[in-house]
Design a binder for this molecule. Structure first.
Ligand code: FAD
Ligand code: DLZ
Ligand code: SF4
Length: 509
């Protein structure tokens, strides 16, 4: 075939080993990258996320050029840039008749993958969409694994991935004789622990320029743009990985579920944004962490727990998303319709746990898993917030948020809006759980030990109200049997008190 390849590289495909780049060569191809209004605006992206993506794109384009590729790069503030990516490609094809085909690695989000498929029908040359090899399980692998299973459970999928990668395996047996060491991983943190902080990268001239552009053109978006400290290239992301492996990983397992005031990161890696955008490969991250175990730098419960998050949860979430190519985010099993309260955007609430999780989200575009699941997510489900609005919030506010990973976590794991397709029970908890795992309650206007009434922790009454409200859908769930039995044993007055207290709180939202 004569003619050149037009290779499209998306903003979360910043990997030199990308399948679309591998399928061509600098001699054969022109690469196109574009900062476009559609991608910048399909949700109210955090300003830090925008700056991170654009700066990383610009750095990656320079690296590609240094490696010999010709790159056509369109900036957001260039009036000639098309409003969306397929139109940008169409414009190039119209301008330059040398292209014989367009090559791209499949977009992570179905929205964009579908937009390319639809647009390509009108292009003069064919579009070849290649699988994203940065994941361990292809769509077909996951569909084969899921086929015929009555229930999908991450734990079994994870074991397959351990066998496939050989990570923490001794022959066909798991290292340490167990697949999962979570029983060792639920310690509450104490404020006097030494806390590592992820390394802070000083913005270079490219990042400075992007920061100015975002401030000028997207300054009304959610979140604080400055200080900006994310790494924006592979070298910086590798430094962050090294820092995590040596400083935080040893305690990652023990304190994975803990939450502390003024400690947004604890022992978490803060690597998801780098992995999701392509600056780090998931398998290289796992191999580095595995090495820390074999070199005696980190215990098995930490290393196994971390590797499970990546080759287990991360891959599982993507598999679930692509197993449901239509309407995954429209699901609303519990029929929740309450609008998202404004404090999700401002952080202004008297609930200290919510103010902390949202406040650090505004500042850093980051909250760790338990804050997302058991604070903001738990509250949203208990209060009956519309899962679509909740989904759009999560997709906007985190630097690591892409729909393929965010939607299953939100719609499935956190809101139970998929009716249990992804997980076996709703992650619902009263204030007691938050109090056990954090130091938030000590400083809260509400009293966690008070069950009902004005000064009571809202999570307490909302918890029982949630179970009562959704009894028809949830009572049959074996994992909730005990809670419904407790509810059934309460006096009518007590139950009414809980429900009235929840109603008064919800009314005040
Ligand atoms: P660590 O705690 O250090 O974990 C290590 C790595 O494991 C992460 O970097 C990530 O790559 C992976 N990981 C951990 N948990 C999950 C999970 N449940 N699903 C997928 N990967 C996981 N993760 C995203 O990458 N993008 C999202 O948009 C996103 N939205 C979420 C929304 C909700 C409601 C919940 C409950 C979880 C969400 N997660 C999401 C998963 C998880 O919270 C983040 O991956 C994690 O907090 C990122 O911080 P970290 O890099 O410090 O992770
Ligand atoms: C997240 C994002 C943003 C904010 N902007 C762009 C962009 O201007 N150009 C681009 O190619 N990609 C961007 N991205 C990443 C895409 O949204 C991402 O590729 C899709 O969501 C598919 O996962
Ligand atoms: Fe959150 Fe309730 Fe504790 Fe306040 S008392 S921090 S609202 S769990």
């Amino acid at each position: 075939m004569g003619g050149k390849d037009l290779v499209v590289v998306l903003g979360d495909q910043l990997s030199h080993g990308l399948s679309a780049l591998k399928a061509s060569s600098p001699k054969q191809a022109i690469v196109v990258m574009a900062e476009v209004a559609e991608e910048a605006g399909y949700v109210n992206h955090h300003q830090k996320k925008l700056a991170f993506v654009f700066s990383a794109m610009r750095h990656f384009a320079l690296e590609l050029r240094a490696a010999g590729w010709e790159v056509v790069y369109h900036r957001l503030d260039d009036p000639h840039t098309a409003p969306d990516l397929p139109q940008q490609v169409r414009g190039l094809l119209a301008q330059d008749g040398r292209f014989a085909r367009v090559l791209m690695t499949q977009a992570g989000e179905q929205r964009l993958a579908a937009a390319f498929d639809a647009a390509a029908k009108h292009w003069p040359v064919p579009l070849s969409v290649l699988p994203d090899k940065r994941f361990l399980a292809s769509h077909a692998d996951f569909a084969n694994w899921a086929e015929g299973r009555k229930q999908l459970r991450m734990e079994y999928f994870y074991r397959e991935m351990r066998r496939k990668t050989g990570l923490l395996m001794q022959g066909d047996q798991p290292e340490g004789g167990q697949w999962n060491f979570d029983a060792d991983n639920r310690k509450a943190a104490k404020p006097d622990l030494f806390m590592p902080e992820p390394p802070r990268t000083q913005p270079d001239a490219i990042t400075q320029e992007v920061l100015e552009m975002v401030a000028q053109t997207r300054g009304a978006h959610f979140g604080q743009l400055l200080p900006f400290w994310f790494a924006v290239d592979r070298a910086g992301a590798l430094e962050a990985l090294e820092y995590f492996a040596s400083e935080a990983l040893p305690r990652f397992g023990d304190y994975q579920d803990a939450m502390l005031r003024g400690q947004p990161f604890l022992y978490h890696s803060v690597l998801a944004q780098y992995i999701n955008i392509g600056l780090l490969e998931p398998l290289e991250v796992c191999r580095r962490v595995e090495r820390a175990y074999y070199e005696g730098q980190a215990p098995l419960n930490a290393v196994e727990g971390f590797i499970r998050q990546i080759i287990g949860w991360r891959e599982y979430m993507r598999g679930i998303y692509w197993l449901n190519p239509e309407g995954y985010t429209d699901q609303n099993h519990l029929g929740a319709t309450r609008p998202l309260p404004d404090f999700y955007w401002t952080g202004k609430t008297d609930m200290a746990c919510m103010a902390a999780a949202i406040g650090q989200t505004i500042e850093h575009a980051y909250a760790h898993h338990i804050q997302r699941l058991m604070v903001t997510g738990n509250f949203a489900m208990l209060a009956g917030l519309d899962p679509k609005e909740v989904h759009e919030w999560y997709l906007a506010v985190y630097a690591d948020a892409y729909e393929w990973v965010e939607a299953p976590n939100v719609i499935g794991m956190s809101q139970f809006a998929d009716g249990g397709f992804l997980g076996s029970k709703p992650y619902a908890a009263s204030g007691n759980y938050i109090n056990k795992m954090s130091d938030y309650c000590a400083e809260c206007r509400y009293s966690v030990s008070q069950k009902t009434g004005d000064g009571a922790c809202p999570f307490n009454a909302l918890y029982w109200d949630f179970l009562a409200r959704n009894e028809d859908k949830l009572r049959g769930n074996p994992r909730l049997g005990q809670m419904y039995a407790t509810w059934g044993r309460m006096s009518v007055e007590k139950r009414e008190d809980y429900r009235a207290s929840a109603a008064a709180f919800l009314e005040s939202l």
